[in-house]
Write a protein that binds this ligand. Structure first.
Ligand code: AMP
Ligand code: GLY
Length: 423
């Protein structure tokens, strides 16, 4: 069978790596892919952008693609699943309507309020004066979010009124995030520890994947700006049976049922970014309509079942995918280019990849293969991911391998996993 995988990040390299292990798969076309997917067994990069829906459809028809898997959110929000539906090609990903859970934070907050899903108190504004008045009445810190897609960067945690007013002006007036900032959500700051809970959701059926924890801030000790994620591990020591039950009953089940009531077809990965407070109560920080990056890398390192078989089985009448996990812990350290998430230099040669051992799998994100040289072209460039008998062992292995790789302006956090070791 031939598969078309959409995207070019670390998540997509991990998906490609796992999918090529399936005996059901002959070819994996990755549009547009990166240097990692270019070098992966059974994979071929296709120079079509993830947002060129017409061309992707034509390509899939020409190559007898039977399954399309969508990595990132933008094509989902744009309607890629709906497009492949019209071509009668199976596409694993939610409809554009359901993808609004990620595509619009205002939509997601109103949806949670309607279906009584626990989340931070909030207000939604498209007019600066009203937003300013709300902020003036708020307790600090306050969290200000651009409504639309902003690659994980449109969330600003403001410690005082001056910071909040600056953030509102930047988003609503200066349009720092373009039209994604036509509206803002202002919400209460939640305390606790973050947990990524990702499940395959097919209408009212929910099949949870292994839990994980991300590291959103750029610098050690959770300092610096928010990023897409600087490293992750799986499983999370936070998730016991009791918390799992609460998340399913209070969050995942009402979300799946709410989507059905809204006539928003969900068939894909649903990612709930949760804050777990001191009492162990979960609240939703955000929904994503796809897998996490970098959470996918450690999660898939632990998956023992055939991923292609799992995804294909979800298209059967009564899906019952078999999903088995290794009891080991996996941890991924993101290697990025200096100054990410702001502007960063591109085109620096990555050295030392050949020196890494089987103790880690090096997943590529912003890389390009140019004249047989792997170059850094993104903010997040690699995710060095290891399996270990416990979190400490996985951490030690991943850092040992990461130390062997460098490019001129490379950096990484030195404390991925350290919070988990305190449990
Ligand atoms: P989001 O894209 O909405 O998940 O926000 C990105 C990151 O900002 C989250 O992973 C949290 O680290 C932080 N964040 C978002 N909303 C809140 C909140 N209400 N309270 C505390 N931190 C938040
Ligand atoms: N790592 C967070 C995300 O994928 O949104």
């Amino acid at each position: 069978m031939n598969i078309l995988l959409i995207g070019s990040g670390g998540r997509e390299h991990a998906l490609a790596w796992k999918l090529q292990q399936s005996r059901f798969i002959e070819n994996i076309y990755v549009a547009p892919g990166n240097a990692g997917t270019a070098l992966e067994h059974k994979c071929k990069n296709i120079p079509i952008d993830a947002l060129e829906l017409e061309r992707l459809g034509e390509f899939a028809q020409q190559k007898n693609v039977e399954l399309v898997i969508v990595g990132p959110e933008d094509p989902l929000v744009m309607g890629i699943r709906d497009h492949f539906d019209t071509l009668n090609i199976k596409c694993f990903g939610p409809s554009a309507k359901a993808a609004q859970l990620e595509g619009s934070k205002a939509f997601a907050k109103d949806f949670m309020s309607k279906y009584k899903i626990p989340t931070a108190r909030y207000g939604t504004f498209n007019e600066l004066n009203n937003a300013v008045n709300y902020v003036k009445k708020s307790r600090f810190p306050v969290v200000i979010k651009a409504d639309g897609l902003a690659a994980g960067k449109g969330v600003l945690i403001c410690q005082n009124e001056v910071e909040a007013l600056t953030a509102l002006e930047e988003i609503l007036e200066v349009k720092r995030f373009g039209s994604a900032g036509n509206q803002v959500v202002i919400e209460e700051f939640l305390e606790g520890e973050e947990l990524s809970f990702i499940a395959i959701v097919v209408k009212n059926k929910i099949f949870p994947l292994a839990s994980s924890q991300d590291h959103k801030r750029r610098d050690d000790n959770d300092m610096g700006p928010n990023t897409g994620g600087m490293g992750a591990y799986s499983p999370s020591p936070l998730l016991d049976d009791d918390l799992n039950k609460r998340i399913m009953e209070k969050i995942m089940e009402p979300t799946a049922l709410g989507l059905i009531k809204e006539k928003a077809d969900f068939h894909g990965f649903l990612y709930a970014g949760l804050m777990i407070d001191k009492q162990g109560e979960p609240k939703v920080l955000e929904f994503n309509c796809r897998m996490g990056d970098p959470e996918t890398q450690p999660i898939l390192m632990r998956l023992k079942s055939d991923l292609a078989q799992i995804l294909l089985s979800t298209f059967e009448e009564n899906p019952e995918p078999v999903i088995k996990w290794s009891p080991d812990t996996a941890l991924g350290v993101v290697m990025a280019t200096k100054n990410y998430p702001y502007d960063y230099p591109k085109g620096q040669a990555i050295l030392g990849l050949e020196n890494t051992s089987d103790d880690a799998k090096v997943f590529h994100a912003g890389t390009k293969l140019i004249d047989n040289v792997v170059e850094a072209h993104g903010g997040r460039v690699l995710c060095v991911t290891s399996l270990g008998g416990n979190l400490k062992e996985a951490q030690t292995k991943a850092y040992k391998e990461a130390q062997k790789i460098k490019w001129q302006d490379c950096f990484f956090r030195s404390d991925i996993g350290s919070k988990g070791l305190k449990h």
